[in-house]
Design a protein around this ligand. Structure first.
Ligand SMILES: Nc1ncnc2c1ncn2[C@@H]1O[C@H](COP(=O)(O)OP(=O)(O)OP(=O)(O)O)[C@@H](O)[C@H]1O
Length: 275
């Protein structure tokens, strides 16, 4: 099995020859990031805010989403559930910037701890949103793990600093999802179901998204892989803001901070889970 060492040279070519200082010579399982202690002075927090979204696909006469509003505080886990065809995936696509709302707004607002907005809202930039669609393994494009996760990265442009930054992000993503024991040469299609999902998550996490969106993350997995993914999401939720669409309410219940039901016709209302 190839050693788990990311270097700028291994990812971007041979011109950078020194391995990064953070790369450990210890075994993969011992590779961990040292955390710099953060001294928190203010209690500000930010929220994803969705206000009165309507969506009608171009050239059609029917609104798929009707007055959708919700907010999700940073580092919390939101769940949207509801009948097939109610508009859940449509909403995720708008949040990821894949289509534009017909009206309404999507933004990030910072608040003081007594819920006063601290500054003008910022738009949610599509590049800062990671989205993992249903059955992401069906869309793997590369024949090894490394190429899969770095697909689309700048190979030529950007100086050594950018490249080292990307390498560190990648290393952190692999640590987060527990992929650091997997050979970078391995064919992604040969991974187990649970590890394929981990890889799909790592692809998104390497971009360090402000918001991670998952559409049916447990669909099609056996019971063990499902339990693995739930455990992984529990871990990720400490670091990230996560919004999930799922029918698997019972398994995800323990993670959920806020939940909403999407009703047929694209109407969203807050509903606490009772499973
Ligand atoms: N571009 C489009 N034009 C017209 N109708 C569309 C378009 N995209 C989706 N729809 C319809 O909008 C409705 C909502 O679809 P969506 O995929 O968002 O539902 P969903 O709640 O995610 O369903 P599921 O749980 O089955 O994934 C469906 O009836 C779908 O056929």
């Amino acid at each position: 099995m190839a050693a788990f060492t990311f270097t700028a040279s291994s990812l971007f070519g041979s011109r950078i020859t020194e391995p990064l200082t953070l790369i450990s010579s210890k075994s993969p399982s011992m590779l961990n990031f040292k955390r710099t202690p953060i001294i928190k002075i203010s209690c500000d927090y930010s929220c994803l805010e969705v206000k009165d979204i309507h969506y009608r696909p171009p050239g059609t006469q029917i609104n798929l989403l009707n007055g959708v509003s919700f907010s999700l505080p940073e580092k919390s886990f939101g769940l949207i559930f509801g009948q097939s065809g109610s508009g859940k995936t449509t909403l995720l696509q708008l949040l990821a910037g894949l289509s534009k709302p017909t009206s309404g707004s999507i933004f990030i607002q910072s608040y003081t701890d007594d819920v006063k907005p601290t500054q003008s809202p910022k738009s949610l930039v599509p590049e800062r949103v990671g989205i993992v669609f249903q059955f992401p393994e069906r869309y793997f494009v590369a024949d090894n793990v490394l190429d899969e996760v770095t697909f689309g990265w700048p190979r030529q442009r950007g100086g050594p600093q950018l490249k080292e930054h990307l390498v560190l992000n990648l290393q952190r993503a692999f640590n987060w999802v527990g992929l650091n024991g997997v050979s970078l040469d391995k064919d992604p299609h040969s991974l187990s179901g649970g590890y394929k999902r981990r890889l799909a998550l790592a692809v998104q996490l390497a971009q360090v998204p402000d918001l991670l969106i998952l559409d049916e993350p447990l669909a099609g997995l056996d019971w063990k892989a499902r339990a693995d993914v739930v455990k992984l999401l529990k871990h990720l939720k400490k670091e990230l803001t996560i919004l999930v669409v799922s029918h698997d309410l019972k398994e995800l219940e323990e993670l959920v901070d806020r939940s909403w039901r999407m009703e047929m016709g694209g109407f969203l209302r807050e509903e606490h889970l009772v499973v």
